[in-house]
Design a binder for this molecule. Structure first.
Ligand code: SDX
Length: 374
């Protein structure tokens, strides 16, 4: 008899594929070989998007073309704008984004199949996602959507389309950094979902819609909103410190902490936390940092569970006055580039994902006649 295949709950420790896109390691996070620390310091989101989609960093001309392409693809179809106007106000922003990406998929402006066509679709989806988030943001406030502005960087344009005014350098810079940090993270749950969908030879829009569904959950991208919901409950560091001890004693999950791969902390969280401290200082938001640190201290010192990128990111977005339900959509606005790169890669060396399961249902039995069933 052959040996039973091994089972790893949550596929922990299982290698499910090869990739040249991102490498998540205890010591380093690399996008196409470049360390995240350097990318965070030296590149903007569009450069990272180009790197993920093309494999190399762009030169000046290639970057200008990438920016123009994003601008060209930013206009939303009328059908998407009218649907955005008719959706219930209470609808969850991630659900809205999921539906609108699906809807805009019917107005795909890119012709043809193949890698280059899908790369163009990746630019188009990247642009459309930002425009959808911003249009919904404004419609909820009773304001008309504002079209993208030629010449602005992607993060600045996103904020411009939300607020109808150009952001400060500080605002655009820190949102750009979050997009760079969120762009790629190898076989995380949403990327894996997108790769599974792609492995069936389905299309890029379907794979991205699946990715959005997976990212929404609070164990994944939804944690940036959940972390801020948690921080918001407290008015002082002491209050937060008392709560976190009690929560841990009840085995509650503390949102924005822990990671399947990182055991000594998430590189991105460290980079973003530094910026968060600078931002909070400039804004005189000391009490928020006291609350932030009061929760972090026992998690790190006693539990050895470290913040992931979503912990500082929630507070960064909050201090920038962004409404909480837009935080996970902003994660999508960045991760669309990582998903797309993985979708392109999956197509090159594809084999349909089809794992096995351990059957634990009833033993074989025969079907009783309808009249004999209880
Ligand atoms: C993202 O995969 C990626 O790369 C994802 C991501 C990306 O960029 O794509 O990095 C983005 O999803 C970040 C994670 C966001 N989620 C959260 O912040 C939600 C809270 N965190 C967890 O639920 C948890 O840590 C996960 C989901 C992130 C990881 O889950 P694992 O790998 O199944 O959990 P584990 O094996 O690491 O946990 C080991 C122990 C458990 O305790 P015991 O049962 O052994 O006693 O650590 C405990 C856990 O209960 N633990 C926590 C905790 N995280 C782990 N305890 C309290 N609070 C936490 N946050």
């Amino acid at each position: 008899m052959s040996e039973a295949p091994s089972y790893s709950p949550g596929l922990a420790g299982v290698i499910a594929g090869r990739t040249t896109i991102g490498c998540v390691d205890q010591g380093e996070l690399l996008y196409r070989g470049y360390p995240i620390q350097e990318l965070a310091q030296k590149t903007c989101f569009e450069e990272v998007a180009y790197l993920l989609l093309h494999g190399e960093l762009p030169n000046e001309l290639q970057l200008a073309v990438a920016r123009k392409t994003l601008y060209k693809f930013a206009t939303l179809p009328d059908a998407v704008l009218s649907a955005l106007r008719t959706l219930p106000k209470e609808a969850n922003m991630m659900d809205v984004l999921r539906s609108m990406v699906s809807l805009t998929g019917h107005f795909d402006p890119v012709r043809g199949d193949g890698e280059e066509a899908d790369r163009q679709r990746a630019y188009w989806l990247t642009a459309q996602i930002s425009s959808i988030i911003a249009a919904r943001f404004r419609l909820l406030k009773g304001l008309e959507p504002v079209p993208a502005k030629d010449g602005l960087g992607h993060a600045a344009n996103l904020l411009y389309m939300c607020h109808g005014a150009e952001p400060t350098e500080l605002e655009a810079g820190i949102v750009d950094l979050t997009l760079v940090l969120y762009a790629e993270h190898d076989f995380n749950a949403s990327t894996f979902a997108a790769r599974v969908i792609t492995s069936t030879r389905s299309d890029i829009v379907s794979a991205v819609v699946g990715g959005i569904g997976a990212l929404k959950g609070p164990l994944h991208g939804g944690a940036n909103e959940a972390a801020m919901d948690m921080l918001q409950r407290f008015t002082s560091g002491e209050e937060a410190a008392t709560w976190v001890r009690e929560a841990l004693s009840k085995k509650q999950l503390i949102m924005g902490f822990g990671h399947r791969v990182y055991r000594n902390g998430d590189h991105r969280a460290r980079i973003l936390e530094e910026k968060l401290r600078e931002l909070a200082k400039q804004l005189g938001a000391d009490v928020w940092m006291e609350i932030y640190d009061a929760i972090k201290k026992p998690m790190v010192e006693e539990k050895k569970i470290f913040p992931n990128v979503d912990y500082p990111c929630g507070l960064v977005y909050y201090l920038l006055n962004l409404p909480i339900d837009v935080y996970t959509p902003l994660f999508v606005a960045a991760r669309i580039t990582g998903w797309s790169a993985h979708i392109l890669e999956q197509k090159v060396d594809d084999r349909i994902f089809r794992p096995l399961s351990i059957y634990e249902g009833p033993k074989m039995r025969s079907v009783p006649a309808l009249k004999d069933r209880p």
